[in-house]
Design a protein around this ligand. Structure first.
Ligand SMILES: [Zn+2]
Ligand SMILES: [Zn+2]
Length: 346
């Protein structure tokens, strides 16, 4: 990176969304007098009889969970989308547009253990989670009423996660969600202009430069994206073109699990706490078609800024004008690499 970019205010372009982020590296020494959140230490038991996700317990809808031993997937008792929603459209009204949206919302418990989050699960069990994602995606792809499957994990009360039992969700919808539609449009534009998938070019540049690299294995690379908005935002990217998770080989399932586990372990070392985040996979729509522009990737958006209790807020200028950060992506990557050095056996 040009050394002047590490010192002076500038904006960076996110080619996936076509949006800019303001970077203000000269402000990193600014004193902090804001809110400190109460620090949360994991004191959870392996089984919690009041948890509706633990094996054998009753859920709010009245159903009882089986004594599951690996992952456990079920339809959300309070789904935001419903499968049999009647067709509806307000037509061409420019000011008051609405149309029906149907779908299926699923919850996937990562394991029977109430206390074990991804970084502390065995690699084999994390691979079991990734395999379940692949299976669920494949099933949604066979469902003609589903067009997209959004896999995501909300971790930590700070992110609004209502249950600490390690789990994720898949919301599969009849339409393409807004962010996915934007990324699809920009990836298609890039492919037309350059003849290669955007994120495949991007990963090659990042591997050559190395300055934003956090972790790599035979099949995947973890970077702080050049255009990161959140302080320790990262991306998991494949080394070859993979448009959707149903293309994962067994070796790729294990390698993806390694990237997921290692990255979240690094996160927990940064401020010595259970690092909260929202994470999710973007991939091609769950329908047959030409998805040549697509490259599957997983975003991690962690809110913590300077300690286990001080988080970044997206308010003021950021809500009204554009996102802004002080810490550069390169400094964040350096911090993550040094946290990686504190993992036993790294
Ligand atoms: Zn539980
Ligand atoms: Zn994306």
């Amino acid at each position: 990176m040009s050394s002047r970019l590490s010192e002076q205010p500038h904006r960076r372009f996110n080619p996936l969304t076509g949006e800019w982020v303001l970077v203000s590296p000269h402000r990193t020494q600014r004193p902090w007098q804001g809110q400190q959140e109460e620090r949360v230490v994991n004191t959870r038991p392996a089984f919690d009889e009041s948890c509706y996700l633990c094996p054998g317990n009753e859920r709010a809808g009245g159903q009882k969970n089986p004594q599951y031993e690996g992952t456990f997937a079920f339809t959300n008792d309070f789904s935001a989308l419903l499968p049999d929603t009647p067709e509806l459209s307000t037509g061409d009204d420019m000011l008051f547009r609405a149309k029906s949206e149907s779908g299926i919302c699923k919850v996937i418990c990562f394991s029977p253990r109430h206390d074990l989050s991804v970084p502390y699960m065995d690699l084999e069990n994390v691979a079991g989670v990734v395999k379940t994602w692949k299976d669920e995606f494949t099933a949604f792809k066979a469902n003609p009423s589903i067009r997209y499957a959004q896999i995501f994990e909300n971790k930590g009360a700070i992110m609004g996660c209502s249950n600490p039992h390690p789990h994720c969700q898949i919301w599969a919808s009849s339409g393409l969600p807004t962010v996915v539609e934007t990324e699809q449009r920009e990836q298609k534009r890039y492919l037309v202009q350059n003849g290669t998938p955007m994120l495949l070019d991007y990963v090659e540049h990042e591997l050559r430069k190395g300055e934003r690299l956090v972790h790599e294995n035979d099949h995947f690379v973890v970077v702080v994206p050049y255009w990161a908005v959140w302080p320790f935002e990262t991306l998991i990217l494949p080394r070859r073109q993979i448009t959707a998770i149903d293309e994962f080989t067994d070796a790729e399932i294990t390698a993806f699990a390694d990237a997921y586990k290692t990255l979240t372990l690094i996160y927990d070392k940064v401020f010595d706490c259970e690092f909260p985040y929202t994470a999710g996979i973007h991939q091609a729509p769950a329908v047959e078609g030409n998805h040549d522009a697509w490259q599957l990737h997983m975003h991690f958006y962690p809110p913590l800024l300077r300690s286990a209790t001080v988080k970044k807020f997206m308010v003021g200028y950021e809500m009204l004008a554009m996102p802004q950060r002080d810490l550069t992506a390169e400094t964040a990557a350096e911090t993550l690499r040094s946290a990686k050095g504190r993992i036993a056996g790294a």
